[in-house]
Design a protein around this ligand. Structure first.
Ligand SMILES: [Zn+2]
Length: 783
């Protein structure tokens, strides 16, 4: 198979037939367990694993919905040695009523209520197809209400304020009646609104310039004036000596406070302090969030609560400020961060790390809705949002559909709901030759150290348990493993049962309120020694591998000084190709790759050019945003972020996938580009002329009207399924917005290459094209 054939664009429906079939295998596995592994046949030794370049890894969606999954109404049976849960890979001796744990080989007796077990009478958890199963908590279903604390920026212009008020008031009307709601507003000062005060609205005003501890806060808000009552259990978290009356001053059931909240919102004024012309608005985002966290920590520790923060500009006051008020000081850029010349950056990040720690201990989530033309500090806040599993939405304005529609989706309880869940704990068990380096994704280490933990740490590591304060049906974490076995005796190589086992346990509060335990148990064959290359290739999931590399390269860029991402990716790819390619040494023309690896170079080419690696085209806030979404999405969505999909619409044929190349542009075509964050509908120049002439409104040009409509319908279908809602750009060839398409296309025809075809377009860039890239790759791989 030659490179030309490999150069096909992929993404939605874009695979060659053979490649599509291979991907279908992996998607089927994902459809059963919510897992995609880069290596589905696992390199068996440390050395083999390191030669495989892409680490042994898994992208796992812990609470992916499976309509046919069994939910068992009893407690799981656990191995008395390693605490792993009974699963289809356990070896069962029906006569002796014993099961052997596949992780530690411990023999466990079945308890009395499993007495009737036989090979014809299996409990559900032993059914071979139930590798993923859920256990319902045996206690009573918790009726603990969910808590939403709104933290709202008021130092924004009137127009933005109006947009925000209307969005908030709409979301309040969508809240479940029994959920508890609180409100904090901020600008120069922090205002904590007492919603339960009755007719006269009352607020506590706190200084924004200074961080305030939880105890100081409680004292200032007269929490102890009312004599604490023993906990009644009526209101969640009536502990900590706080009476439910105290709590009810600030957190009220949504059904009781809708009127009060709406009237407070109506009255909300823009921050009254005058802003001098050479100054930025005074905005104490950090203090406001810290007050929100402490209030929730006092009122509802340990039960599901979210801080929904709405920020309309840069934080300039108090802890967490990202820039001074003086407009002559610009907000930090990537260049400043690179040179370590952003004076507030490290201080602010440290502050938000502290906030993250507090929220993780309390089990609470920070969601960030950042809507401004300026940067607001997403890069600094990232740690608190990501460790708590919060949602993040970045838009230019509170009036933009990216914000408005995304916010609505958070609360909407239709079938496309996010399935927000809380209080998650994720734990793993593995065969003893595997260790865990860590997780890249929205979670926080619970610092449970043990024999499972690798010395090499990636992301949240040095633990085998993680807190997931917030998670939803799409949340996907990336586990990076280590193979520790040094060598394998020949006798073992011949054995037919060379299996590694993995078990993922997720405890979480289901959106119905009850506690659930999801158990996914996996088995993967390992190989070692000569002849194992074909087996490894057969199990290689190139999509999953590309996504793991994208998360890894982003992580390294953030944490390793002097890290060169392009060099690192190129080295990895060359190493992969020279190990797994077919070629005669020093003869580039003989080089070929199995279809199981053939798209991987293309993914790496696009990853090198993506927003995750080429950060200088974006602000630090945008980069942080893109990476937070990458770090929580599943493989299919992440692939679109790395390599956008392109569909072409024309009179000549049905809609079809097009090469992600500038050659796809033609005057009589419409292109639909999906780059995940942005969806572009691009009208070729002739199409645009016809549209401007209004042909689609004339009855004799119905076919043209349909051609115009088709990409719109397809775009709507994508937008409906995605969170955050993507930005939609509709543009014409040669128009200024066309850059949204051009930036994503392979520059096969640039101003320094000749012979671009008529009606087409050229890209002004010095980037290498895919063809040049492949050419280099082949030459280096065969050396
Ligand atoms: Zn065990």
């Amino acid at each position: 198979m030659g490179w030309i054939e490999l150069g096909l664009s992929i993404g939605r429906l874009h695979y060659l037939h053979k490649e599509k079939r291979i991907m279908a295998e992996f998607m089927e596995l994902e459809g059963q367990d919510g897992v995609r592994m880069a290596w589905n046949v696992v390199p068996g030794t440390k050395e083999e694993a390191s030669n495989c370049v892409v680490p042994v890894s898994a992208i796992y969606t812990p609470i992916k919905p499976f309509p046919n999954m069994s939910v068992l109404p009893y407690a799981p049976l656990r191995c008395r040695n390693c605490r792993s849960v009974l699963n289809p890979f356990s070896i069962v001796d029906f006569a002796a009523k014993i099961w052997i744990c596949p992780f530690c080989f411990q023999r466990n007796h079945f308890p009395a209520h499993y007495a009737s077990i036989s090979d014809e009478n299996l409990p559900a958890e032993l059914f071979p197809q139930y590798t993923t199963i859920e256990y319902q908590s045996t206690g009573e279903a918790s009726s603990v209400p969910f808590v939403f604390m709104f933290v709202v920026d008021t130092n924004i212009i009137e127009e933005e304020m109006a947009f925000l008020k209307s969005a908030l008031s709409q979301s309040i009307s969508l809240l479940p009646d029994n959920s508890l709601v609180g409100l904090i507003t901020f600008g120069t000062l922090v205002h904590v609104h007492e919603l339960g005060f009755g007719t006269i609205p009352k607020t506590y005003v706190l200084k924004g310039s200074k961080d305030i501890s939880k105890d100081q806060l409680l004292e200032q808000m007269n929490f102890f004036l009312i004599k604490p009552k023993p906990p009644t259990g009526v209101v969640a978290g009536a502990r900590d000596g706080l009476s439910s009356e105290s709590i009810a001053r600030f957190l009220l059931p949504a059904s009781d406070c809708e009127f009060t909240l709406n009237s407070i919102l109506d009255e909300l004024q823009k921050d009254p302090w005058a802003i001098p012309a050479d100054q930025r608005a005074s905005r104490c985002t950090g203090t406001a969030l810290s007050v929100a966290a402490s209030l929730l920590g006092a009122c509802v520790p340990g039960s599901g609560a979210r801080i929904l923060s709405f920020v309309g500009g840069p934080s300039t006051e108090g802890p967490g400020a990202i820039v001074s008020k003086n407009l002559s000081e610009p907000i930090r850029s990537h260049k400043d961060l690179d040179k370590d010349s952003a004076p507030n950056y490290h201080k602010a990040v440290k502050f938000y790390e502290g906030l993250a720690k507090q929220l993780v201990i309390q089990g609470h989530v920070l969601d960030l809705f950042a809507c401004a033309l300026d940067q607001v500090g997403v890069a600094e806040l990232k740690v608190a949002v990501e460790r708590t599993g919060g949602l993040v939405v970045l838009a230019e304005s509170f009036g933009h559909s990216v914000f408005k529609d995304s916010l609505r989706r958070v609360f909407r309880l239709e079938d496309k709901e996010l399935g927000l869940s809380s209080n998650g704990i994720f734990e793993i068990n593995c065969s003893k030759d595997i260790k865990v380096q860590g997780i890249l994704g929205p979670c926080a280490s619970l610092e449970k150290k043990g024999p499972l933990c690798s010395d090499t740490i990636v992301g949240q590591g040095s633990t085998s348990a993680w807190k997931m304060c917030g998670l939803d049906q799409a949340t996907s974490i990336c586990l990076i493993f280590d193979i520790v076995k040094k060598e394998i005796p020949d006798a073992m190589l011949q054995s037919s049962n060379n299996q590694f086992y993995f078990q993922f346990l997720t405890y979480y509060q289901h959106s119905t309120g009850e506690m659930r335990l999801r158990v996914t148990s996996l088995s993967r064959r390992w190989v070692a020694g000569p002849g194992s290359i074909q087996d490894l290739i057969a199990g290689f999931d190139q999509e999953a591998a590309a996504v793991v590399m994208a998360r890894l390269v982003s992580f390294k860029m953030e944490t390793e000084a002097e890290f060169d991402p392009i060099r690192w990716l190129d080295k990895a790819l060359i190493h992969m190709c020279s190990r797994f390619g077919d070629y005669q040494k020093d003869s580039p023309s003989t080089f070929s790759l199995s279809p199981r690896l053939s798209i991987f170079p293309q993914f790496m080419f696009h990853l090198r050019r993506s927003q995750f690696v080429q950060v200088f085209n974006n602000s630090p806030d945008e980069t942080a945003y893109f990476r937070m979404i990458l770090n929580r999405e599943n493989v299919a969505n992440s692939v679109v972020m790395i390599q956008p999909s392109l569909i072409s619409y024309s009179f000549q044929s049905a809609p079809e996938p097009a090469l992600l190349d500038v050659a796809a542009i033609a005057a009589d075509r419409i292109l639909l580009l999906d780059s995940y964050f942005t969806i572009v509908i691009f009208h070729g120049s002739t199409i645009a002329q016809w549209r401007k002439a209004g042909y689609h409104n004339q009855p004799e040009h119905q076919a043209f009207a349909q051609l115009l409509q088709a990409p719109k319908d397809d775009a709507d279908a994508i937008i409906k399924e995605r969170f955050p809602v993507p930005r939609l750009v509709i543009c014409d060839q040669h128009g200024s917005q066309a850059r949204f398409l051009l930036a994503k296309l392979n520059p096969s025809a640039t101003y320094n290459s000749d012979g671009h075809h008529p009606g087409g377009d050229i890209i002004f860039t010095d980037d290498v094209s895919f063809e040049v890239f492949l050419d280099h790759l082949q030459r280096l791989a065969v050396q």
